[in-house]
Design a protein around this ligand. Structure first.
Ligand SMILES: [Zn+2]
Length: 244
């Protein structure tokens, strides 16, 4: 018996929801991919779980950092064609896998009704430890649990339906970024300037990096080579999980 051919992600979806722990997470790993989706007419929503108030390198007062990073993420989203940016306001660096977090992500899944969800891998990437911030893994796992079973089960978090009128919703596919088992590469060469514009919106995070473009380009070139794209191309990679 031969194994069935791998299933491909949908060519086009109407709506996509990106759930990430910190402002800038979506931009380092996925802004090029988001730019291609937005350009193709997919409505994209960002849901950022923390305000990133534990990040940054300068002397911005800590109570200013959260609001500043919300502004930076909103500007970065705009650079790739995304205007719906939502924040849950959980504390940076202290995320736990809780039922409250699952409910809060489920709520937004039911509001947005996306066919596709993009989030962080819940799996530790031992070869790239920086990708596996505990908050990233927690958001990835919480989001997968919200996709299955919470958001699609009308009896999970019954207050979402009973008090807020949010009907159950089944997400068809989940794209996991920074995954040790990436199986899908998106060619982002033609939108790379949009990705750089998004990244540079995070002034408090990347303002001190002179070699940001070279660093990110090297990393995307390596992705492209690993996934067999032609020389000179740049790629972002994902593990695509079918969840319908
Ligand atoms: Zn992060």
């Amino acid at each position: 018996m031969t194994a069935p051919p791998p299933r491909r992600p949908a060519e086009h979806v109407e709506r996509a929801l990106c759930v990430l722990a910190h402002p800038d997470d979506v931009d380092f790993g996925s802004a090029g991919t988001v730019a291609t989706w937005a350009a193709a007419g997919t409505e994209v929503t960002y849901l950022i779980v923390t305000d990133g108030d534990a990040g940054g390198f300068d002397d911005t007062p800590r109570d200013r950092m959260g609001p500043l990073r919300r502004e930076e993420q909103t500007a970065a989203a705009k650079a790739v064609g995304v205007t719906d940016v939502r924040f849950l306001g959980y504390p940076d660096g202290r995320l736990e896998l809780t039922l409250d977090l699952r409910r809060d992500i489920s709520r937004v899944i039911r509001q947005v009704r996306p066919q596709r969800v993009l989030t962080s891998s819940p799996e530790r990437y031992y070869e790239r430890i920086g990708a596996s911030h505990p908050d990233h893994m927690t958001v990835g796992e919480s989001t997968l649990r919200a996709v299955y079973p919470d958001a699609r089960n009308p009896f999970a978090f019954p207050e979402l339906l009973g008090e807020e009128g949010l009907e159950a919703w089944t997400v068809s596919e989940v794209w996991l970024g920074a995954s040790p088992r990436a199986d899908h590469a998106v060619d982002v060469t033609d939108v790379v300037e949009l990705k750089f514009a998004a990244l540079k919106s995070h002034v408090s995070q990347v303002g001190h990096l002179d070699d940001l473009e070279a660093f990110v380009t090297g990393w995307m070139a390596q992705n492209a080579r690993t996934h067999g794209l032609p020389d000179g191309r740049l790629a972002e990679t994902f593990h695509v999980v079918h969840t319908a």
